[in-house]
Ligand binder design. Structure first.
Ligand SMILES: [Mn+2]
Length: 314
């Protein structure tokens, strides 16, 4: 990755750690994927597409990059899945403790184990909104608890996990799922109220982990394990808008972009999704300032630990 590169090529003044509200951590990791390799190329393809994207969001009438986005060095630890997860955990927690809105771009989904662990340590009563084609609830897979098939196992033990878009799982995972908190794609297809039902299951603080294979392969072919019957663009945005406006989203990750040489449309979808989510976070929060629950809408952190904040280098 180039040095002095900024997210989306934004001017330096919006890309400094000191003033940026958002931190973006790229994790080009693909150590445990089982079928198509290539998620390690995801962050680079995402950043390239982001640099070719227009930064005015029509829908929210905003230029959210002006809130500031600091792009970190990529987390490249890959000596073992466990070491990668710990490196991501440490890096994520470091920036949460600097009071940043932390976002992560992967990489395969096992990266989220470290990210979610950090958010769970820093926020009370955390819900994890897991948008994915797969449940990812295996305790162990191919000898590791840090496999992509295990991405949500630990979160499911420690946080309130709500799963959306699911259409593929192993029968062994049936004992791990919570029927009230799993929204299968085949049910969502015929239930016009699924968005409200998901909202009902989410506590006030929400971390979103977004596996891009939740999307239908017709609009997101570049992912490791494409499954038919996924989410489409506008229903996804409508759902995310609801979540960002009605809950305190404390951070998010976007995982499993597995870029394809011939078709760049998936890279652009991922770039646009990231920017939309930032736009919703800051624009919908600002619009909510008159709400009763000011603490939530201004994004204050109810459970803040400064124990790791020993590197006050700014
Ligand atoms: Mn998946």
């Amino acid at each position: 990755m180039k040095t002095n590169r900024t997210y989306s090529g934004i001017p330096e003044e919006y890309a400094k750690l000191q003033t940026a509200k958002v931190v973006l951590i790229p994790v080009p990791y693909d150590g445990t994927s089982t079928w198509q390799k290539g998620a390690d190329k995801g962050p680079e393809a995402f950043l390239n597409a982001s640099e070719n994207m227009e930064l005015y969001d029509i829908e929210t009438d905003s230029e959210v990059y002006k809130e500031g986005v600091f792009l970190t060095e990529p987390v490249t630890e890959n000596s073992s899945p466990e070491a990668m997860v710990e490196a991501v955990h440490t890096e994520t927690k470091k920036y949460i403790n600097k009071n940043k809105f932390v976002t992560v771009f992967g990489g395969e989904h096992s990266v989220s184990i470290g990210t979610i662990r950090a958010f769970d340590e820093c926020f009370n009563n955390l819900s994890v909104l897991h948008i994915d084609a797969h449940t990812d609830l295996r305790k162990e897979y191919e000898g590791s608890t840090c496999n992509h098939a295990c991405a949500l196992y630990e979160a499911n033990r420690n946080t309130n996990v709500v799963q959306v878009g699911i259409r593929s799982m192993d029968i062994s995972e049936k004992t791990e799922i919570n029927p009230d908190k799993i929204f299968f794609a085949h049910d969502m297809a015929v239930d016009e109220y699924w968005m409200d039902d998901v909202l009902d299951q989410l506590s006030s603080n929400v971390f979103i982990t977004f596996d891009l294979d939740a999307f239908d392969p017709s609009i997101m072919p570049s992912t490791g394990t494409p499954e038919p019957g996924g989410l489409l663009w506008y229903e996804t945005l409508a759902f995310l808008k609801k979540v960002f406006s009605e809950r305190n989203v404390v951070g998010f990750d976007i995982m499993e972009l597995c870029p394809n040489e011939k078709d760049k449309s998936s890279d652009f979808l991922a770039a646009k999704l990231y920017y939309k989510m930032l736009s919703y976070k800051f624009k919908l929060d600002n619009d909510n300032d008159d709400d009763d629950d000011d603490e939530l809408s201004t994004g204050k952190l109810p459970k803040f630990k400064y124990e790791d904040d020993d590197d006050n280098d700014f």
